[in-house]
Design a protein around this ligand. Structure first.
Ligand code: GLC
Length: 443
């Protein structure tokens, strides 16, 4: 690929290729279903080409909304052969699950408010008002559910119960928790006797992507065990948290929630929609509680164990996400920008790596343990803009565009040599490239 114009055309072709009628699949083969934050990132780019399709992308997420307000991370496509499928989750065990579709019983980072807001900006006033009026009640239900079910002690931070809820599946802070404390005996047995290579032969994802670019067998079995437990508890949060061993107040998730709350406020102000008082109080609580995740000696924020309140002091891409939240002080934001610019930490040749270059967990191929992803770059670019680092934002946007021009629309990239890894023709890589091109053209 050569110019911005070619890139735009090719990105559009990827989105067309992945079009499944009322939603866009993340990629052919590996990801046939509808994923929550994928559809949000897809709509953010799609709004520049076809705002109607961007709206449809988001409204089709609502068919999966649970009666208690939850938005699931996956809505299963009925005829898909591959995928973390419906029977593995059995959402129908919960009385709150939707009537017509099968979903998982967990959510993903709450990007929907941002996507609805950005799509709305492409509409003229009367349509924009209708759009916000239509989406706001669903968003309010979702955010109220987050606080009710996921902040049971009213601490301000919402908790996550499965690594997939962070969107950063095998990110080191979560994997360390799993490995150190929660690996079930049968998975320990497999690890101890090195049976993982045999089990790996049966992995379905290996048909689409080389195994060393995915998460390990032990990681995937450990995640599967968490999933089995949620299903055994019929996706009932009270039962899940009773004897809960595994619940984390995730930094990435809570930062995205803070930004989503601001988007909700902006939209409700525009259409004079009154947000419930309790919800507004909870929103303020989250901004305050985020500061409890700050650790002064390393000058960073971390995720926290929900039960012990111990900070999980492992640096990852989430470390930079408080910039996107937009609620932290300028001084703390400055410290995060320094990490971004530090060659030993996040300043790779093809930034931003999902784990610091100097980290013992860094592996340039291994999913969320090293590679550069376009969606987290997009969030960091927005975060830099929040704090007036406009030159830095432009530079990261142009570096991201250059990387995709060099290596195509893959799921993730090697931060050292820019090689493409993971699924090919990945939808959010295409859509967010469009959004970045529209905001940061070459001149
Ligand atoms: C992987 C990613 C997750 C994404 C999903 C579908 O599980 O870790 O963030 O939503 O794939 O693309």
């Amino acid at each position: 690929m050569h110019s911005d114009e070619d890139l735009l055309k090719n990105a559009q072709a990827v989105l067309d290729m992945n079009d499944r009628g009322n939603y866009t699949q993340p990629a052919h083969g590996l990801y046939p279903h509808q994923w929550l934050w994928d559809s949000c990132f897809i709509a953010i780019g799609m709004r520049h080409l076809d705002v109607g399709r961007a709206q449809k992308e988001l409204t089709s997420l609502l068919r999966g909304q649970w009666h208690n307000g939850m938005l699931p991370n996956i809505i299963f496509r009925e005829d898909a052969v591959y995928g973390p499928d419906r029977n593995a989750w059995q959402s129908w065990l919960s009385p709150y699950s939707p009537d017509k579709v099968a979903t998982t019983g967990i959510t993903q980072p709450p990007m929907l408010a941002e996507a609805v807001l950005q799509v709305g900006k492409k509409l003229d006033w009367p349509e924009r008002r209708n759009w916000y009026d239509k989406m706001l009640p669903h968003l309010v239900d979702y955010h109220e559910w987050l606080y009710k079910d996921r902040d049971p002690h009213k601490e301000g931070l919402v908790l996550q119960i499965h690594p997939w809820e962070t969107g950063l599946d095998n990110t080191p802070p979560w994997m360390q928790e799993l490995n150190e404390h929660l690996l079930p005996i049968w998975v320990r047995f497999i690890r101890r006797f090195k049976l993982d290579s045999i089990i790996g032969l049966f992995r379905r994802d290996a048909r689409s992507v080389p195994m060393d670019e995915r998460f390990s067998v032990v990681e995937s079995l450990a995640m599967f065990d968490v999933q089995l437990r949620l299903k055994r508890k019929s996706h009932d949060i009270d039962k899940i948290l009773d004897h809960a061993l595994f619940a984390i107040e995730d930094l990435n998730f809570n930062c995205i929630l803070i930004r989503a709350n601001s988007c909700l406020k902006e939209m409700s102000k525009a259409v004079k929609y009154e947000l419930p008082k309790n919800l507004l109080d909870s929103m303020t609580g989250t901004e305050e509680a985020l500061e409890q995740l700050w650790e002064p000696y390393s000058g960073q924020y971390y995720s926290r164990d929900f039960v012990t309140h111990k900070l999980l002091k492992t640096t990852s891409i989430a470390t930079l996400l408080p910039l996107y939240a937009g609620s932290i002080s300028k001084e703390r934001a400055g410290k995060l920008v320094k990490l971004l610019e530090n060659r030993g930490v996040f300043a790779a040749n093809y930034p931003v790596p999902s784990v610091p270059l100097s980290s013992p967990s860094f592996n340039p191929k291994a999913y969320w343990q090293g590679p550069t992803w376009v969606n987290t770059n997009w969030l960091i670019i927005k975060g830099l803009e929040n704090y007036g680092y406009n030159d830095e934002a432009r530079q990261l946007a142009r570096n991201t565009i250059k990387l995709v021009e060099k290596s195509s629309f893959n799921e993730y990239f090697d931060p050292i040599n820019g090689k493409p890894y993971g699924a090919e023709n990945f939808s959010w890589t295409a859509s967010l490239s469009i959004d970045l091109l529209k905001s940061y053209s070459q001149d």
